[in-house]
Every structure is written in structure tokens, then in C-alpha cells.
Design a protein. Structure first.
Length: 360
């Protein structure tokens, strides 16, 4: 019998996240959509990740585990995970995050109905390290938004992104066409990939919260901003995305508008950080502005940025939809520390029987 080719490859890069992987893996196993494979690429972990994942893989043939021969780093391991999938779609999922039961079903259906879309994202349930939901976020204000790639690039000019890696549901052919992640970037590879995908197709977002983003001290989103890698990338990525630039053409206007806005934001943040006592951060931020920013353009827009910041933080009540409290029932996929084991059904059955166990 010819094996079924999965429609969706869930791609999980990991490094020393064995303590979080059960939530991640089991959230995939509990999906209402069954035609998936789970590809886990391990960047040379030494915390028992291999033994943990191999036990899951022994119980469900849809789970594949690969141990890298050498450390590839964050973006290199992401690239290998996505390239290792064979599905028509690639769902990126960080090892410390997990997905809601309807995630693959909803995003697969939306992508099938919209063949011009190359990237889909969803709202997020943001949690603390223990998995307790804190808020829902990343809303566009309506249930479904389909936005042209060009319009998303215009949104990028003002600093708006495409969600994070764990929100990405990508058409595999489009990922291959772009070449995937830029391994030279320090931090915001997802922002860069989203922009390059929007060069070749459209973007889709649903306000249904379908993934859980965990805040914990060792995540890239927690550690890297202290090194200002995200700030450096906010200058570097538009410089390479908005090309070819000729005087006053669309890419020229996009680039210089973004450069002006980004520089002005940094100029506002420098004294704010300094007055808050984070003087090293302020000095490093000033250094980045000197190296990558455009001071005349930033100063030109600075009064507007100051007024906007004052309005947002002093006068304006945040608009509905930017952040919402969690709803009852949101939380980790397992309760009380119980883990699940997966046993294959007899030959001819499509689904697996899921039974509770304390094995893991």
C-alpha cells in the first residue's frame, strides 16, 4: 500500500526544550485534522530531547525526528525543519509553543479556498511559562482578512509585522520559491520571510486564536531584544526587501518612509530608556541609530512620533481587538500532568486511538 502523503507538515525546531515538547507534540496529536506529519529537528540538545521524541515517534508513525550533526543556530534549524517536510503546506511551530485543536483544520481549509494566498496567520493566546493564558492578541478586527501582498508590504513600512513563527502556515511551493529563511539575520527571520512571501502572493489572517505563544526566559523573544538584535533587523530587513530602488519609485518611497519612522521611534526610545535607568540599552540604541538609521529623516518625523507616543500612552484608550482577556477553557492541552500515549489502530483505520498514560 502506498503511504499517504501528508497535506500539512508541522515543522518544529528545538534545542534543549524537552520540558516543553510534550505540550507541543500532543497539541499536534490532538488535532481535528488528521492528515499531518510532525517533523522535529533537534539542534544537538543534551537534555533528553532525543529519548523523549523517539518514544512519541515509536507510538505514532506520523512523527519524524532528526538530530543535527552540528549546531545550525535558530534560523538554520528552522530552515532544516521546514525543508524536511513533504506536505503541501508547512506549519511552523516553536518547541515551547503549542496549537489549538482546530488549528490545522481551519488554516488548511482557508488556504485551499484561497489559492493566491501564500502565507496565513492567526491570533494568539499568550501564556506565561507554566502555560497559564494571560491574554489574546494579534487581532485584525474581523474574523477573516485577505490582504494583497503589496498592501502587506505597505503595512510593513509602518512597522507592522506578520505574526511570529508559530503563527505561520505557509504554502510549501512559495517557501521553496523564496528560498526560505535568511540565515544571516540575527533575530527577525519570520518578519523577513513574511515580507518575501508577500512579494509572490497574498496574505491571510484569521482572528480565531489558534496557537499558544509561551513567554519564558530562554525564548528568543525574551533574550534577544536585550541585545537589540530586533532593532538591528528592523533597519537591515527593509533595506534588502525594498528593492530595486530608483529615485521616487515605489520601493524608494517605501524604504525611506520606513527608515524615517524607525529612526524616529529609536530617537524617542533613547531618552525614555535612559530616564528609566536602562542606560546601557540607551547607549547601544544610539549606536545602532548612528550605524543604521538616518538622523535627518528621523529628526524630521520626531515631533510627530512624540505626539503619537504621548497620545497612545496618556490619552488614548487601546482600541478594541488589540488585546483581550483569555476565555474560559483556554489553557495547556493536558491537565493534572497527565500525558497521552498513541497506539495505532488495526490496519485500514485512518486515525489513532489516544489513551491517557503517565509514560511520558
Amino acid at each position: 500500500m502506498t503511504p499517504t502523503v501528508p497535506s500539512v507538515s508541522v515543522c518544529v525546531p528545538t534545542y534543549n526544550y524537552a520540558r516543553f515538547l510534550p505540550d507541543c507534540i500532543e497539541s499536534v496529536i490532538w488535532q481535528t485534522f488528521s492528515n499531518w506529519e510532525l517533523v522535529i529537528t533537534d539542534d544537538c540538545s543534551d537534555d533528553g530531547t532525543a529519548e523523549l521524541v523517539e518514544r512519541y515517534a515509536a507510538l505514532d508513525s506520523r512523527i519524524r525526528y532528526t538530530l543535527n550533526e552540528r549546531r545550525l543556530g535558530m534560523h538554520g534549524n528552522l530552515q532544516r525543519a521546514v525543508e524536511s517536510g513533504i506536505g503541501r503546506y508547512r506549519k511552523i511551530l516553536c518547541a515551547d509553543d503549542w496549537i489549538a485543536p482546530r488549528c490545522l483544520e481551519v488554516l488548511f481549509k482557508l488556504m485551499e479556498e484561497n489559492p493566491n494566498v501564500v502565507l496565513a496567520t492567526c491570533a494568539e493566546i499568550h501564556t506565561d511559562e507554566g502555560g497559564r493564558p494571560l491574554r489574546q492578541q494579534f487581532f485584525f478586527g474581523k474574523q477573516l482578512s485577505i490582504i494583497s501582498g503589496s498592501a502587506m508590504l505597505d503595512r510593513m513600512v509602518t512597522g507592522e509585522g506578520f505574526g511570529g513563527n508559530s503563527s505561520f502556515f505557509v504554502r510549501a511551493s512559495a517557501f521553496q520559491q523564496t528560498g526560505g529563511f535568511d540565515l544571516s539575520l540575527l533575530y527577525a527571520g519570520d518578519w523577513d520571510l513574511g515580507a518575501r512571501l508577500c512579494r509572490i502572493g497574498d496574505y491571510l489572517h484569521t482572528d480565531e486564536p489558534l496557537f499558544y505563544g509561551r513567554t519564558q526566559p530562554e525564548s528568543s523573544s525574551s533574550v534577544n531584544p536585550k541585545k537589540l538584535w530586533d532593532v538591528i533587523d528592523s533597519f537591515v530587513i527593509p533595506e534588502k526587501i525594498f528593492r530595486p530602488r530608483k529615485f521616487m519609485n515605489l520601493e524608494w518611497r517605501r524604504y525611506y518612509e520606513n527608515l524615517m519612522l524607525t529612526t524616529a521611534r529609536c530617537l524617542v526610545n533613547i531618552p525614555v530608556r535612559y530616564l528609566r535607568g536602562d542606560r546601557e540599552y540607551a547607549r547601544n540604541l544610539a549606536k545602532i541609530v548612528r550605524q543604521h538609521g538616518n538622523l535627518p529623516l528621523g529628526l524630521l518625523y520626531l515631533p510627530v512620533q512624540v505626539l503619537k507616543r504621548a497620545y497612545n500612552y496618556v490619552i488614548c484608550i487601546p482600541s478594541w481587538g488589540s488585546s483581550l482577556p483569555p476565555e474560559p477553557g483556554m489553557g495547556p492541552p493536558m491537565r493534572g500532568g497527565e500525558r497521552i500515549a498513541v497506539r495505532n489502530e488495526p490496519s485500514g483505520q485512518d486515525k489513532n486511538r489516544m489513551t491517557k498514560s503517565t509514560e511520558f
